[in-house]
Design a protein around this ligand. Structure first.
Ligand code: NAP
Length: 254
């Protein structure tokens, strides 16, 4: 029985867990950081909360005799991905990263690429603008430096307490979001600029397509540098990779 830990918090991690659940040759656990109040149901047993850095993760992998660690976290979750790469060198588990390809700019996209959200705030400028922030709650702090803008802020859980931004409106929602949905939202709120991560995948691409159709600028955060490890771009390729691994040897240390 091969023991697998999936680092999750993404649709792909849930889909991969769904494909592996119920297989007699695998024991799969999915790990969540615990960021959302009511996470989506998962098809395999779940553990929740940080491990305590790379060393804590390495200890967990050893204690739980994990053979394979699959890092299926969001492409902007760079700390846990770095921790995963470090932890397997200590524990001896194999590591696979499941990483969605980034979106590519296409004709009609009015993209302004930046490296940090502080840079995004600068690009917004001094004149008040109507901004759609499609970012995680913890990413909103830099916008406190630019309270002159009207913000439409969408998050999975309510932003509570609200930020000290006098002109912010909050909505909650869990993707996927279609182009039609996001286009109607942006039109209703007279949005002039979208700020987003280059998350890749279909679930949140609707806003990018809608912005293109409406001629709206998108300030897009470039991806962080992730560790150079064996990686695949789809759930199907992750399953294929697993199925081609050599059979597990006897347990480490036995
Ligand atoms: P991060 O900055 O890379 O990680 C911060 C810390 O959170 C890690 O050091 C680790 O704590 C803990 N952690 C992160 N992912 C974990 C997981 N799957 N299981 C257990 N602990 C985890 O990560 P983040 O950007 O805050 O993202 C947190 C979660 O939200 C991830 O699961 C990610 O896939 C998901 N997510 C992130 C984004 C995004 O834009 N960043 C978007 C959608 C979903 P310890 O050091 O204590 O182990």
């Amino acid at each position: 029985m091969r023991r697998i830990l999936i680092l999750g918090g993404t649709a792909e991690a849930r889909q991969l867990a769904g494909k592996l659940a119920g297989r007699g040759d695998l024991a799969v656990t999915l790990s969540l950081a615990g960021r959302t109040a009511s996470p989506a149901p998962q098809p395999v047993p779940v553990r929740i909360g940080g491990f305590g850095g790379a060393d804590g993760l390495a200890e967990y992998l050893s204690d739980e005799c994990i053979d394979v660690l699959i890092d299926a976290t969001h492409p902007y979750a760079a700390t846990i991905s770095a921790n995963a790469a470090k932890a397997v060198t200590e524990s001896g588990a194999r590591l696979l990263a499941l990483r969605r390809p980034a979106w590519e700019r296409v004709s009609g996209d009015l993209w302004n690429e930046v490296d940090t959200l502080a840079e995004a705030v600068q690009v917004l400028g001094d004149e008040p603008r109507r901004v759609f922030l499609a970012l995680g709650r913890k990413d909103l702090v830099p916008f406190l430096h630019a309270p002159q803008h009207d913000y439409l802020i969408r998050s999975v859980d309510p932003v509570d307490p609200p930020l000290a931004l006098p002109r912010a409106k909050y909505i909650t929602g869990r993707g996927p979001f279609t182009e039609e949905h996001d286009g109607a939202l942006m039109a209703a709120h007279h949005i002039e600029v979208v700020i987003a991560k280059n998350s890749g995948g279909d679930a949140t691409y609707g806003k990018i397509v809608a912005a293109r159709a409406l001629g709206i600028e998108v300030i897009i955060l470039r991806r962080p540098v992730l560790p150079d490890v064996t990686s695949v771009g789809s759930v199907e390729d992750a399953v294929r990779w697993l199925d081609h691994l050599p059979a597990p040897k006897t347990k480490r240390g036995v």
